[in-house]
Design a protein around this ligand. Structure first.
Ligand SMILES: [Zn+2]
Length: 199
């Protein structure tokens, strides 16, 4: 599937043109303007994970994408971002969704392999979405969180041709070899799939 972000060659052309057109002192400013293009999901805020917590790749060329893996973080939104920033944690996910308003943070580019599934094969073939909250505290699973997460999953499925069904939109507990229970029994899969299909 084609990516929705500008291709590297076009970005290269723009930077090249900027270099010839403006004094070099302004180059830093040009780069800052280009930065919002770093996210794959429109409206997501870029909160990069430590480079020590994921594997650079060029998916979907290197590995076709077959799954979206749904997680519950067992901590807050801010706590999750801080874990992903910590190079000692050796863990990351592509996205984190906030409970209060459904705000989406992107921490790893979709081209790259986040370390979220606890299974290398599944990591290579999936996008991981963390949700703020705890498996035994369903009040964290707000309407806004379900709606924005479902929009994100629907967009990922559209980008990579992933079927919008439970065989391909799976919980962490369904990853072979996983000893995790998330998203847990309070996660409303019926509702989530309905939202993904109607997004
Ligand atoms: Zn998980």
């Amino acid at each position: 599937m084609d990516r929705t972000t500008p291709s590297p060659s076009r970005r290269g052309l723009l930077v090249g043109a900027a270099l010839t057109a403006v004094p070099s002192a302004l180059f830093a400013g040009t780069r800052a303007v280009a930065r919002p293009q770093a996210v794959d999901h429109p409206g997501a805020a870029w909160h990069p994970a430590s480079r020590a917590n994921y594997t650079p790749s060029n998916r979907p060329r290197a590995h076709p994408l077959h799954y979206v893996v749904i997680h519950v973080a067992q901590t807050t939104y801010a706590g999750t971002l801080s874990v992903f920033r910590d190079p000692g944690k050796k863990v990351s996910a592509h996205y984190v969704v906030r409970a209060s308003d459904g705000h989406v943070a992107q921490c790893v580019r979709e081209t790259d392999i986040a370390w979220h599934a606890g299974n290398w094969d599944y990591n290579t073939r999936s996008i991981g979405i963390e949700h703020e909250g705890w498996v035994d505290r369903p009040r964290y699973f707000t309407d806004a969180m379900y709606e924005q997460s479902a929009r994100l999953t629907a967009a990922i499925c559209a980008r990579y041709g992933i079927p919008r069904n439970r065989a391909h939109i799976i919980g962490h507990h369904e990853v072979p070899g996983s000893d995790h229970t998330d998203p847990g029994r309070h996660w409303d899969w019926k509702r989530y799939l309905r939202l993904v299909k109607s997004a």
